[in-house]
Design a protein around this ligand. Structure first.
Ligand code: FAD
Ligand code: SIN
Length: 547
């Protein structure tokens, strides 16, 4: 089946929904999302969204904190406009129905939280369930627009480029015509044809064994864009969140940095605080510093976790400010108002991604990327806490303005798109291969491409990833595709990109620490690592259109 739309948005987190709500004023919108519409990293965001609000705060201070955290690699113009356009985008979220927590004394004022690397209170939040509140409000708002059609349980497989359609001679630049999409419940593959295609597919935490991310985070957007020939940048900068609940039954539950913002202290198992050895901001230092410090202490002691202690704060304050974290920890027998919380770092955020310009357009004309999938230049080598939700709303607005300007001149391309051709693929009799390779890739990345890296470990990882990549390519060619297989193919591609970027960068900066080059080297490495798939690799699949 071929489905036509003006805007094809892949993903229904904050990036996809906030764009859809605006783009629908220009034309029809199809949102393709691989699970239920609210299932996204957005839905799990705790701490909040950073934006200058207080009279005592300033744009300059937010800009400076972002630049310091980004360790020299942020694009200054991008940092400036994201910070300066932030308050306007917050007003819009509020107009769309997002209810941020207000102060008790002044209900017209937002209660502002603080997180690592921020020199002021500037985090708007909805208690400790900010993402759930944003996702609720945006989904409800999108639901009121009849011209937004949401396809749940639909998995975008690959972008369709005009140049890859047999018989199409391209003069000038290439064009993306849409995407092939698997209807997971029916097992059918549809063609979505669109004037604009937007990747809003989120991050890639599932590349690692322990991650704060939900299951959807398998790097699909980056993998699709790479296969289509887009520029991919800075994939070595994977952010590990320092404080994930350490408990055998808790599936990497995040303990928000806002807990440290309210005075929680990191301690060794014997109760000794240790962050004063690592940074003047102690437990509220930027994330790269805190995660590396915890990693160092754990290696020294042989322990599996450190402690995060907020029990010195008033019990009612803790329960009122962090109701979700309090309740979840209590389910595991842990009363955080009385006991310190065992925590360890977990993969959390991808700072690199599909390289885009100041309006979110990738190097493939007509293909845009927004949210965690994109590399905008805001985060540099390490993202400042709560700048991710902010980046998504600022860029979706800028992207909308670019599309609005271009919309009248971008006609629908009538080139016939061949339907997906399975080319004799059969049902797999060995699906166990998929789960084995899935485990192997995640163990390999966790063991060799984690917080602390070395040339030797990266080389080992490169060899293993390459081998698995070849196996999966063959599997992909011969067997009917399933969601699991597509995700495995994508995490393997993305693992390869992370390793490649990490091997290119011969220094340590921000989130990339290599013991063979422990120093930051501004003379040689004050630049992005950029990857583009060599064109001769591109036809390496059974279906020539599957890229
Ligand atoms: P997501 O919200 O992840 O949405 C991605 C969407 O794409 C999903 O709908 C998914 O189903 C869909 N999708 C993916 N692949 C496909 C495919 N192949 N086909 C179809 N659909 C697809 N950031 C902050 O700024 N502040 C915070 O407090 C904060 N807390 C966080 C807490 C947790 C536990 C986590 C995991 C992250 C947190 N972050 C926070 C980061 C932030 O939540 C994310 O970076 C942000 O929400 C990403 O939004 P997004 O719209 O780009 O992607
Ligand atoms: C948190 O609440 O600690 C997460 C904030 C973020 O990732 O920006």
């Amino acid at each position: 089946m071929e489905i036509k739309t003006d805007f094809l948005i892949l993903g229904s987190g904050i990036a996809g929904l906030s764009l859809a709500i605006k783009a629908v004023d220009l034309g029809s919108v199809a949102i393709v999302t691989k699970k239920e519409k609210i299932e996204s990293s957005t839905n799990y965001a705790q701490g909040g969204i950073a934006a200058v609000q207080a009279e005592t705060d300033s744009f300059d201070s937010h800009i400076e904190d972002t630049l310091v955290c980004g360790a020299g690699l942020c694009k200054i113009d991008v940092v400036k406009f994201v910070v300066e356009e932030g308050p306007e985008r917050i007003r819009e979220l509020v107009d769309w129905g997002v209810q941020f927590t207000r102060t008790k004394d002044h209900p017209d004022r937002f209660d502002l939280g603080r997180e690592g690397g921020h020199s002021a209170r500037r985090i708007l939040h909805a208690h400790d369930l900010t993402g759930r509140e944003i996702e609720r409000a945006l989904s409800e708002m999108a639901g009121t627009k009849p011209n937004i059609c949401i396809y749940e349980n639909h998995f975008a497989i690959d972008l369709i480029l005009k140049s890859r359609i047999p018989g199409q001679a391209i003069t000038g630049s290439d064009r993306c015509l849409g995407a092939y999409v698997l209807d997971i419940l029916r097992g059918e593959i549809h063609t979505f044809r669109a004037r604009f295609v937007i990747l809003a597919t989120g991050g890639t935490g599932k590349v690692y064994l322990i991650t704060t991310n939900p299951d959807i985070a398998t790097g699909d957007g980056v993998a699709m864009a790479y296969r289509a020939g887009a520029r991919i940048a800075n994939m070595e900068f994977i952010q590990f969140h320092p404080t994930c609940l350490y408990h055998p039954e808790a599936k990497a539950f995040l303990i928000s940095e806002a807990v440290r913002g309210e005075g929680a202290i990191l301690k060794l198992k014997n109760g000794t605080p240790f962050m004063d050895k690592y940074h003047p901001m102690k437990s509220l230092a930027p994330r790269d510093v805190v995660a590396q410090a915890i990693d160092t202490e754990l290696k020294k002691s042989g322990d599996e976790y450190v402690l995060l202690d907020i029990s010195h704060r008033d019990r009612n304050f803790i329960i009122g400010r962090f109701p979700h974290i309090y309740a979840r920890c209590l389910e595991f027998g842990l009363d955080i108002t009385r006991q310190p919380i065992p925590v360890a770092p977990a993969a959390h955020y991808q700072c690199g991604g599909v390289a885009v310009d100041a309006c979110g357009e990738s190097s493939i004309p007509g293909v845009f990327a927004c949210g965690e999938v994109a590399c905008t230049g805001l985060h540099g080598a390490n993202r400042l806490a709560s700048n991710s939700l902010l980046e998504a709303v600022v860029f979706s607005h800028r992207m909308f303005l670019r599309m609005k300007e271009r919309f009248p001149s971008v006609a629908e391309d009538l080139v016939p798109i061949p339907a997906w051709d399975p080319r004799g693929a059969t049902e797999s009799d060995e699906s166990i291969v998929v789960s084995h390779n899935w485990d192997e890739i995640r163990s390999c990345m966790s063991n060799y491409v984690g917080i602390v890296r070395s040339d030797k470990r990266l080389e080992r990882a490169a060899r293993r990833v390459e081998l698995i990549n070849r196996e999966i390519d063959e599997y992909y060619r011969n067997f009917l595709i399933t969601r699991d297989l597509l995700e495995l193919r994508n995490i393997t591609t993305v693992a390869g990109l992370i390793v490649k970027c990490a091997r290119l960068r011969k220094e340590s900066r921000g989130l990339h620490f290599n013991i063979n080059y422990p120093e930051r080297d501004d003379e040689r490495w004050l630049k992005d690592t950029v990857l583009i798939q060599p064109s001769h690799d591109r036809g390496n699949f059974s279906n020539p259109l599957a890229i």
